[in-house]
Design a protein around this ligand. Structure first.
Ligand code: NAP
Length: 243
């Protein structure tokens, strides 16, 4: 049975990914930071459906908490064969209003977290000569988003990390890929009104807004053993908003 760790799996894209992998026979580790109730409910629901799943509280922007989480995983499961670096925060601010604290929080939560988790996951993957790392970037990491400079910089960093690590790990049977979602309906986009969503959908070639399922299904595809010839790629799941 393959083991997957999904960071930020208490809500949104991460929670949907946990459900899909549990349905597909993976042992699932649901990481969360603040939303314990959501994580517990998800864990309970998946267990009731026969899945092998645990939840683990860790702030992935904190290297000691990431180390402790991987220590726990090593003790119980040996390690993870699939790592999804999904945890993230967003903030909309004029560039000139971004404080040092905003910047550091954004970079540590959205970028350094992936570094800490990859570093902790790789020894086991290298030993197994097998691994799948899937990093969640954003289309704003590809093209830049106005009033989201710190978010865009962190997400562009995820793309650089993905490409360079893919080069380094190719011969170890480990693929490293990145998904760049477009606008997806989750708590992260709950500040958008129905009117905003309508306008965004009209500006999207498919005429639709994305769902967490759209991203989860792409993660499942990249995690498949048979997806071994795909590495270092940025897969846009955005309805054609950015091509
Ligand atoms: P969401 O609904 O706001 O969920 C964010 C998740 O990240 C939550 O489970 C949250 O857990 C977790 N998280 C935040 N900070 C954390 C930390 N320090 N340590 C551990 N977990 C942490 O967001 P989402 O829309 O599902 O986004 C998931 C990923 O997709 C993010 O990386 C986001 O940037 C990316 N993305 C989203 C969109 C979109 O339109 N929604 C578009 C492009 C990219 P707790 O609540 O437990 O803290």
């Amino acid at each position: 049975m393959k083991t997957i760790l999904i960071t930020g799996a208490s809500r949104g894209i991460g929670a949907q990914t946990a459900k899909l992998f549990a349905q597909n026979g993976y042992r699932v580790i649901i990481n969360y930071c603040h939303s314990q109730k959501n994580a517990d409910m998800l864990c309970k629901e998946l267990k009731e459906n026969g899945a092998d799943v645990i939840s683990y509280k860790a702030d992935v922007s904190n290297p000691s908490q990431v180390s402790a989480m991987f220590g726990h995983i090593e003790e119980y499961f040996g390690g993870v064969s699939v790592l999804v670096n999904n945890a993230g925060i967003a903030q909309t601010k004029l560039f000139t209003d971004i404080t040092d604290n905003d910047w550091n929080r954004m970079i540590s939560t959205n970028l350094s977290s992936a570094f800490y988790c990859c570093r902790a996951a790789l020894p086991y993957m290298i030993h197994q000569k097998y691994g799948r790392i899937i990093n969640i970037s954003s289309m704003w990491g590809q093209v830049g988003g106005s009033c989201e400079v710190h978010y865009s910089a962190a997400k562009a960093g995820i793309i650089g990390l993905t490409k360079a690590l893919a080069m380094e790990e190719g011969l170890s049977g480990i693929t490293v890929n990145c998904i760049a979602p477009g606008v997806i309906r989750t708590d992260m986009t709950s500040n958008l009104s129905n009117e905003d969503f309508r306008t965004l959908a009209e500006e999207t070639p498919t005429g639709t807004i994305g769902t967490p399922e759209d991203i989860a299904r792409t993660i499942l595809f990249l995690a498949d053993e048979k997806s071994s010839f795909i590495t270092g790629q940025v897969i846009g799941v955005n309805g054609g908003f950015v091509v």
